[in-house]
Design a protein around this ligand. Structure first.
Ligand code: NDP
Length: 313
């Protein structure tokens, strides 16, 4: 296995990773980025991004991520395709194995591995993804202004997104698989008090209807098995996210949902020299712009950390 010693390794290539790369490269840390299995991250499966400042006409997700990459490479980031498969972190040494073939010893590591939306797993959901099916109401809700939509889920995210959609859409059906919601009482109350949100209890999504775009949803009653259909133009999935932090389990401090715990107001993890940014450590905001902001924080924290250990040496 080949070994390489570098100053700064960035794992992950979404807005957090690329922003960290831009800052780290401009600070002379010669960052090396490994993109992970989905180069560009979650935005590469989004169509139009209209809420990222600086793009008054909006931009499509894949194009935006190409621009991020170009900017990071312009300052000397080495962007490589590959996946971190194992990590060994101590205060004194940070070792990362890439695809079981390459070993990196890094003075600092910035983790920007992101999160992935959980999906229902229906064929129609995958086929209509981006054509009416979305896992982000804040990103895509605007395209359904004045239309009827459905959202599946019963946690805080589903309630928050249903409320968000209710302000834009004509009608929001909220599909809940049990006879109660998991969400906090206050979030539930907001949903139940919205005149244009209709909660459909005890219901599973049997199929999303439509050939090339969403036209409706077939629901199955969880108790009786009865099938019914509703007509909608948008279908939102809000059944939770899963941070991509599997390889850091037992090494970094993670919260009960496996998000990396960072020190308040910083990107520092429990291991000095290892920093985390973006959705891998944020289950609340989860926006491209907030991920980019924390990516910037991680690069600045890494730069300061290196300056401090150089002084100590
Ligand atoms: P949760 O895991 O809390 O909720 C997921 C929801 O999806 C549950 O209601 C679950 O149903 C439902 N679900 C799961 N699988 C399916 C399925 N196959 N079909 C239908 N429904 C399904 O995820 P959230 O993203 O809502 O929240 C994650 C964390 O983030 C929580 O701790 C939450 O409190 C927090 N959060 C806080 C916010 C805030 O404070 N403003 C905003 C958003 C999130 P069931 O209940 O039956 O298991």
């Amino acid at each position: 296995m080949s070994t390489e010693h570098i100053k700064c390794l960035i794992i992950g290539s979404g807005p957090a990773g690329f922003t960290a790369a831009i800052y780290a490269a401009r600070a002379g840390l010669n960052p090396v980025m490994y993109t992970g299995p989905q180069p560009g991250g979650q935005l590469t499966i989004t169509n139009d991004v209209e809420n990222y400042p600086g793009y008054p006409e909006g931009i499509n997700g894949p194009q935006m991520m190409q621009d991020f990459q170009k900017q990071a490479e312009r300052f000397g980031t080495s962007v490589r395709y590959g996946m971190a498969t194992k990590v060994f972190f101590t205060e004194d040494e940070k070792k990362v194995i890439i695809d079981e073939t390459h070993e990196l010893i890094a003075d600092t590591v910035i983790i920007a591995t992101g999160a992935a939306a959980r999906w229902l797993g229906l064929e129609s959901e995958a086929r209509l993804n981006g054509s009416g099916v979305s896992a982000c109401a804040v990103c895509d809700g605007f395209f359904y202004k004045g239309l009827d939509v459905a959202i599946v889920g019963a946690g805080d995210t589903a309630c928050e997104e249903a409320s968000y959609l209710s302000k834009l859409c004509n009608k929001v059906y909220m599909i809940v698989r049990r006879e109660e919601m998991r969400a906090s009482k206050i979030m539930q109350k907001r949903v139940l008090n919205s005149p244009n949100i209709e909660v459909i209890w005890n219901s599973m999504t049997d199929e999303i209807l439509g050939k090339t775009e969403v036209e409706g949803v077939r629901l199955k009653n969880a108790n009786t098995g009865e099938l019914t259909e509703i007509k909608v133009q948008g279908f939102f999935v809000a059944i939770g996210h899963k941070p991509n932090t599997e390889i850091f389990k037992d090494i970094l401090d993670l919260d009960e949902n496996a998000y990396i715990i960072t020190e308040k107001g910083s990107s520092r993890t429990n291991i000095p020299g290892v920093f985390a940014c973006g959705d891998a450590q944020d289950h609340v905001y989860r926006q491209a712009v907030t991920a980019a902001g924390t990516g910037c924080m991680a690069a600045l924290d890494a730069e300061r950390y290196l300056a401090e250990i150089e002084v100590e040496a």
